[in-house]
Write a protein that binds this ligand. Structure first.
Ligand code: SF4
Length: 358
């Protein structure tokens, strides 16, 4: 895209933003605060990468404890490369989007095997690694290595769309936002600029009720001038998510242990743990019932569970029975040890529903 097709650069934009950031930067365990970054201190690229992967689709407040747990278990990229994949999945359980955890482990191995345990510094090379797309590559290059790269997440899209009242809908306008951000960024402090834009979007230029009166860049903001910030970014109406249905079967033995098995290595929640379950099918109407159970037993209906994935809603019937012996592949887990299993959130809901009604 030609520079002439883009809005004019705003003078002093990054200066005003960084003055605000120096006072209001959010403290996060993976960040170097602006006081130190101005002196040239940078975060460990391993920490930047780990936090950025965890933050994809996940709230900052949720990520904090997972980040600390990962660093305690695997303090360096070499430790993570040597980790057992099942242990990584267990430590990730509850964060969702589990392919991120598998890619984390793969990426660590490649870095150790092919890059002597060092992160590449260029966006081009970073993007060749598993799980690292344009956003994450730019974030690592700019925050951990001080390269002037445009870091564009949902927060930055919102700020830039409002700043220039961009009428192009997302996600089509992503490239335009990227180029505009490239024109706005601070070449001396690119990492702080990127984090300042994210913080502004997360705390001031929020999706609803933006706090424009406290915004350091309101004098340049076209949406503020027009009073229509909430109309941006323009989005194409989403098609409603379909609903799939299924049934999950919780088997408890006389000692109160729960029977688990491993999901297939491909597809949604691949390789995670689950209680025996039917397929999740969009065409099912009506109840599946205990006829689809993996073993014959006296099944008790429990409170059904609802869960939403990226592309569909799931409604699961939950059934419970008490059995000690049967022929199924899997393993028993003590009730008190369930938190250490690689159980996705939907399965935790299922087990909770079944055990609450024992
Ligand atoms: Fe967002 Fe309001 Fe600031 Fe504009 S003035 S960038 S709409 S918070």
């Amino acid at each position: 895209m030609l520079r002439s097709n883009l809005p004019a650069i705003i003078p002093d934009f990054s200066k005003k933003l960084l003055v605000w950031y120096d006072k209001h930067a959010r403290a996060m365990p993976w960040r170097v605060p602006p006081k130190l970054s101005k002196k040239g201190e940078r975060p460990d690229p391993y920490h930047t990468w780990l936090s950025e992967i965890m933050l994809q689709q996940t709230q900052v407040a949720t990520v904090g404890s997972y980040f600390e747990k990962f660093l305690q278990k695997w303090p360096t990229i070499i430790d993570l490369a040597n980790a057992d994949e099942d242990d990584v999945m267990k430590a990730w359980a509850g964060l969702g989007y589990y392919s991120r955890a598998r890619n984390l482990k793969k990426c660590a191995q490649i870095l150790v095997d092919q890059h002597r345990g060092q992160f590449p510094t260029s966006v081009h090379t970073l993007k060749k690694l598993p799980g690292i797309g344009d956003y994450t590559a730019c974030a690592i290059a700019s925050i951990a290595f001080g390269n002037a790269e445009p870091v564009v997440d949902g927060n930055v899209e919102r700020v830039v769309s409002r700043l220039f009242r961009l009428n192009d809908p997302m996600p089509k306008a992503k490239d335009k936002v990227r180029q505009i951000t490239n024109g706005l960024l601070c070449e001396k402090r690119p990492g702080d600029f990127a984090q300042a834009m994210m913080d502004l979007g997360a705390t001031i230029c929020t999706p609803r009720n933006p706090r424009c009166q406290g915004c350091p860049i309101r004098a340049s903001c076209q949406a503020f001038a027009k009073g229509d910030a909430e109309n941006f970014p323009v989005k194409i109406a989403k098609t409603p998510k379909p609903t799939r249905k299924g049934a999950a079967f919780v088997i408890v033995d006389e000692g109160g242990r729960v029977f688990l098995r491993k999901r297939q290595q491909k597809g949604l929640l691949a390789g995670m743990s689950e209680v025996p379950s039917s397929e999740w099918n969009a065409r099912q109407d009506g109840k599946l019932g205990e006829t689809s159970a993996p073993i014959q037993s006296d099944w008790i209906a429990c409170e059904p569970v609802k869960h939403t994935f990226t592309h569909f809603h799931l409604e699961l019937e939950v059934w419970r029975t008490h059995q000690n012996e049967f022929k199924l592949d899997g393993w028993w887990v003590e009730h008190t040890q369930l938190q250490d299993e690689a159980l996705p959130t939907v399965m935790r809901k299922v087990i909770q529903s079944a055990l609450n009604q024992v």
